[in-house]
Design a protein around this ligand. Sequence first.
Ligand code: PEP
Ligand code: MN
Length: 337
Amino acid sequence: MLLLVRRGTSEPAIGDLAERLRMAGLSAHRTDHEGQARLAAVGDVASLDLEAVRAWPGVESVRRIETPFKLVSRAFQPHDTVISVGRCAIGSRQLALMAGPCSVEGEEQTFTIAAAVAKAGATVMRGGAYKPRTSPYSFQGLGEQGLRILRRAADAHGLAVVSEVLDPQQVEQVARYADILQVGARNMQNFSLLREVGRTHKPVLLKRGMAATVEEWLMSAEHVASQGNTQVILCERGIRTFETSTRSTLDLNAIPIVKELSHLPVVVDPSHGTGRRDMVAPMARAAIAAGADGLLVEVHHDPERALSDGPQSLYPAQFEELVRQIRTIAEVLGRMV
Ligand code: PEP
Ligand code: MN
């Protein structure tokens, strides 16, 4: 349920409205839009007498939020959410370029790639220290040692850090090193993990599950937001379809759909979305043209020897060329890198 508060209502009076909602067993969340306070009341709203709520002091209007996701909906917050991370304002006119290896493999590898992606124009470095691998015999990541290396390499080049957290018990540790907590496709509906990252104050990069609908994806974002953390960056990374010529089918339709339904920023991962190095740049360009707020790209200086996802990793020179192209596309769209 959405309460629009009459303009000019005092802060204590707005606080009273939120308190009344809480007394009714609901949780109250606030956003301000064009100088007007808006309260989303979530929970069992069916038992509430809407006519009585309309008569509360300071209430201008009351209406239902029709979608199952509430806090992440455009109905609640009409303007775009902008998330500040390091030098980047994700969801603003400025595009967010996040790049780095699939996995942190060691000091030399990570520092080499950090230098390359920073030089090319990335502002956020990616790198997995905890890896969700299909096989238990594949490289599982360097854990905390990997996070430490990633942080130092990123700091050396003025980059922010995004890294995946696999388990609710790891959240505290990963949050100590990373600026953005990545929830992977395989964990999109790990509700205890969503709850745990929702209790932190760190931005969350929420990947779309490979068999998840847009609505299910937004419901997962709602889980995070419901815990008080509304800094969620959605990441389209391809879905599983009948098509087998690429690793995944990158669903670019999702970008304008999500933009219509939600105020959250959306970035695209063309690396996992295609699984093929030669397709990363074309799909990255298409994603930006379709309105994505940024990219998450795997880059490796020696992909033949990468411990994970080498075949889809760009060489540094390819990433540099891609950023040049993205810059030109951004200009046409009134955006910038
Ligand atoms: C990754 O970013 O390296 C990763 C494992 O991605 P996803 O969760 O999209 O498969
Ligand atoms: Mn990967």
